[in-house]
Write a protein that binds this ligand. Sequence first.
Ligand SMILES: C[S@@+](CC[C@H](N)C(=O)[O-])C[C@H]1O[C@@H](n2cnc3c(N)ncnc32)[C@H](O)[C@@H]1O
Length: 288
Amino acid sequence: MDVSLKDFVKYNIIIGFIHYLKLQFGLLLISSLEFARNYTRAHDRKEKMRLTPRDITDMQQQEEEIVTNDYVFRPSLHINNDLSTSPGKAAMYPKAASLCLPLLTDPKNGIKTMGNVGARVDIISSYLAQRNPSVSFVSVDFQSNLVELNSLLPQSDNWSFMSGYALDLFEQGKLQGDLVLFSSTSVLFTNKELRLYFNALSKSTKYSILNEGWWPAAKSPTFFRVIKPEEIDPHNSLIILGPYDNYLHNYPAILSEYGFEIVSSEIGEVPNRFYWCLQIVAKNRAIA
Ligand SMILES: C[S@@+](CC[C@H](N)C(=O)[O-])C[C@H]1O[C@@H](n2cnc3c(N)ncnc32)[C@H](O)[C@@H]1O
């Protein structure tokens, strides 16, 4: 049978389009299944207060595997001297750094130590430590080889590492920060665990900074707009609809219960990303 060139082209366009639709449908199905699995995970651990020794061992193992991959590409995600021109992929890092810098550089705040909880490969502390030689920076996370994992970043004498569960370390007095940063980390805590962290910080931390991804919530009448943290029940954090088993917390209310006053709170865009960023600076009413 002879097929004209016109029909041949038409046929291929139609078939190509059908294949494209099938592929898109498949991708949509895969991400829906992934979102559903994350929702179930977050739902199952919602009432937990803190990580158990078993959870900690699992997290450590999981983190050491992830970071082995990160290790290869992260140093390219540096923060440029001009924070506003850092590569788009690294957008959350300059955002965190620009929240911390004004507090660190103002001598009136008396910040001598800063802790970054869930630091992983700590582009932020590497950058800040170079610019604030009189402040001691500690990067805290589960990985036992934090020093090695961060070794490709610019180093400073005033930047060190602590491996372990930050909550235990704060409670045992082994870790302290006049300024404590959580960047893409406190969204992983359950409501009760977040409260334990703020309770521990209330004793000696002057400023607490949150620089967290902010997603649509899975079960919320506000699915089609960005929910504000103040709209969330302070005792019932929401589960996000997305690629992680994260929670959205009412940080202002919870921080206030533990003696922190909100200095600023903002939800902003993250360039080249399909989520937002919640940035909160909170000050300890009793000691800052
Ligand atoms: C999404 S990563 C963010 C890493 C880094 N802050 C960044 O922005 O690239 C979350 C980090 O928090 C740590 N983490 C997870 N759960 C934690 C918990 N319950 N307490 C303290 N750290 C935790 C993980 O080991 C991980 O390194």
